[in-house]
Ligand binder design. Sequence first.
Ligand SMILES: O=C(O)CCC(=O)C(=O)O
Ligand SMILES: [Fe+2]
Length: 304
Amino acid sequence: MTRSVATVEHLHADVSPDVIAERLARDGALIIDGLADLALLGRVRSEVMPFVEATAPGRDDFTGRQTTRTGALVARSPACRELVMQPTMIAAGRKFLGPFTDRVQLHLTQVIRLKAQQGEQTLHRDRLAWGGFLPRNIEPQFNTIWALTDFTYKNGATRVVPGSSTWPDDRKPEAHEIGFAEMKVGSVLVYSGSVIHGGGRNQTDHDRIGININYCLGWLRQEENQYLSCPPQIAKTLDPDLRALLGYSMGSYALGYFTPPAGPGEAPEVVPPDFLFNGKVAGWGDELYAQVSARVREQMNKQS
Ligand SMILES: O=C(O)CCC(=O)C(=O)O
Ligand SMILES: [Fe+2]
């Protein structure tokens, strides 16, 4: 058996968001042991497994022909909403992505189940979802995989190349540079959009199950279309902070407004998404206006 020598750092559940963000910037990946409440995970399991069991396997080698991927977790599972809003993850995500954005949003929610005999997934960087157009000095994502089963070398623990976030595009990892995100149920793998990683090979006869919850910069297109996976009639029942994270909010001063498609004079023009839920034109936010004004002034000063 070949085992790698690269290790993914394990941190204690009481680690601060600042330390998480700092280690993530340095290594591109880390594990926080025992961060999830096990009772919550029990609820997650009972809410998502009926959907998982009914999910057909992947359509190609990347999504995995022995892998099932089940989404719309915010709409389908109240317990998953709590994982999405887990305070340490939200705070660390905001800290890590803060230098690149005004707001952070939910990028995708997905139960990833590697069934028996699923082979290794090709190593990749998740930021390729945007086609390689983003400059490499921008960190676009804060990614999490919560272990719903133990993750072991044998059952396909995620393979990760610590430190690869800043490698040139053409540098390939050697075998000894690849680590395995081995962790106990309730732990979470946190990784960036720039670190090289991929699903492992499941050599056992049981499922490896992770809850993949990713966040991204508020000005980027989301991988899972949250407005379709969690449409307004469901979003209106959600906690306003979660709803805002989904994208029913302004992404910055100018991003994300809408106009209710009503008859002439029947509704206001150009309102923030919150209007849909509370009928009030609030939420433009003085803070976003102050930000945009300062930026406009700065740009004009540079030009003159
Ligand atoms: O399932 C895993 O361990 C990782 C999956 C992954 O990296 C992906 O699908 O982009
Ligand atoms: Fe990935």
